[in-house]
Write a protein that binds this ligand. Structure first.
Ligand code: UDX
Length: 434
């Protein structure tokens, strides 16, 4: 199958490389010449485990190509995926669809043969209808089917998620489009990954419902963690106790500093906008957004409280800045709010992150960046773990403590064993447990 992927960003690049790995011929088209040049030179624009290897293997096999020229890249395409960005629109929180519609117009301008257009970008309900209208107007007479096929990729685990998905959702009622999509995902079909064919609007909404539900699950356990602290219970045990119920499930019940990233914050807001536009309020999701926002700042206060009455002039070391491990992504990371509240209180902040320092430096110039986890402890009155990178799980805490002025560990991801940490002479503060 000949496939064109418009957008060589996170979703486009991962999806394009994986589809090439399934045996399809894929051309990733992006307007950004420097990105395409870098990809031709084997350099990845993002950090994602396994991506560079997957790209280079499929380029070498002649299945994966990069281009800035849509007309050339899409000449023989049977399916064209739209995987461009849909940032939050300033002001109203709705997804900005400029890039999606522009991609549709660009394709319509060159469309002559039957095509299946697949929206991979996360788009509000009804976007597929609008894309279809663009083709009807700009490419009348050409058989174009518009399909919604949302992605459910997690950063840091995106390749595994693409190749071994829990499910594939395909929004199209057209038999030809369904046949093309079935062919594209045939290797997964053989792997027995469930493929769900739905209406297009249903597929669009399914993506938002999934992310809003997961954001709710996290926020729920975070509030339970607060209550655990108030009543002297342990949130890890509560999470296990409820998670073993099959109806609840054990995943996404890790209490922490609040969710961040490129999806949950943006998608929950966009869902609220859709709900509002359709006079069908989602009060649960409204509460989730508000609770998560205030939680990030509350985590800054939690660290400050350990420093006593006069935090001004004290030094805090931060382990991890990205919104989660195995990514260099700082978008909506809880660390941004935490650092701000520390700086506002006059605290000196030093930080280390395995991949995120470059992005963090641009957003938080007043932080002193260190070149190792141990260096953040030098002269510190407290060290706080914000992102649970594996490298931090195996730290030599004794060595860390020896570099500190006062031995305090605030573990915002509950990765350390409180008894063990206290045995080493630290004051230990976790989330939702003693
Ligand atoms: C998410 C969805 O998982 C994915 O299906 C969708 O396509 C895009 O959004 P991603 O943002 O990459 O993926 O990360 P994810 O692993 O889901 O984590 C999101 C945020 O929730 C992170 O800030 C993470 O730290 C937080 N989280 C997650 C928790 O605080 N506790 C948990 O138990 C799980």
């Amino acid at each position: 199958m000949n496939i064109t992927m418009i957008g060589a960003g996170y979703v486009g690049l991962v999806s394009g490389a994986c589809l090439a790995d399934f045996g399809h011929r894929v051309t990733c088209v992006d307007l950004d010449q420097s990105k395409i040049d870098a990809l031709h030179a084997g350099k990845m624009p993002i950090y994602e485990p396994g991506l560079a290897e997957l790209v280079s293997a499929n380029v070498a096999a002649g299945r994966l190509h990069f281009s800035i020229d849509l007309a050339a890249g899409a000449r023989d395409a049977e399916a064209i995926f739209i995987a461009v960005g849909t940032p939050s629109r300033r002001g109203d929180g709705h997804a900005d669809l400029t890039y999606v519609y522009q991609a549709a117009r660009d394709i319509a301008a060159i469309a002559t043969r039957p095509l299946v257009i697949v929206t991979k970008s996360t788009v509000p309900v009804g976007t597929g209808d609008e894309v279809e209208r663009i083709f009807r107007e700009d490419a009348p007479g050409v058989d174009v089917q518009v399909v919604s096929n949302p992605e459910f990729l997690r950063e840091g685990a995106a390749i595994g998620d693409f190749k071994r998905p829990d499910r594939i959702v395909i929004g199209s009622e057209d038999p030809r489009a369904q046949g093309v999509m079935r062919e594209i995902y045939r290797p997964l079909y053989l792997n027995q990954s469930p493929i769900l064919f739905t209406g297009r609007r249903t597929a669009e909404l399914t993506k938002y419902a999934a992310n809003a539900f997961l954001a709710t699950k996290i926020t729920f356990i975070n509030e339970i963690a607060d209550l655990c602290e108030a009543v002297g219970a342990d949130v890890k045990d509560v999470a296990r106790g409820i998670g073993l119920d099959n109806r609840i499930g054990p995943k996404f019940l890790n209490a922490g500093p609040g969710y961040g990233g490129s999806c949950f914050p943006k998608d929950t807001l966009a869902l609220l906008k859709t709900a509002d536009d359709n006079a069908s309020p989602m009060r649960i999701v409204e509460a989730v957004v508000a609770v998560n926002d205030s939680r990030k700042r509350a985590m800054g206060r939690k660290i400050l409280q350990t420093l006593g009455d006069e935090p001004r002039g004290k030094r805090v070391g931060l382990l991890g800045l990205t919104f989660k491990p195995d990514t260099d992504d700082m978008r909506d990371a809880p660390s941004l709010a935490i650092v701000q509240s520390l700086l506002d209180a006059g605290v000196e902040v030093r930080a280390y992150d395995p991949e995120g320092i470059e992005a963090a430096r641009a957003l938080m110039p007043d932080v002193e960046y260190c070149d190792s986890a141990y260096a953040v402890a030098d002269g510190a009155h407290a060290v706080a773990l914000i992102t649970e990178w594996n490298a931090f799980r195996a730290l030599d805490l004794k060595a860390l403590g020896e570099r500190m002025t006062e031995k305090r560990l605030i573990d915002l991801r509950n990765v350390y064993d409180p008894t063990e940490v206290r045995r080493l002479g630290f004051d230990y503060v976790g989330v939702g447990r003693d």
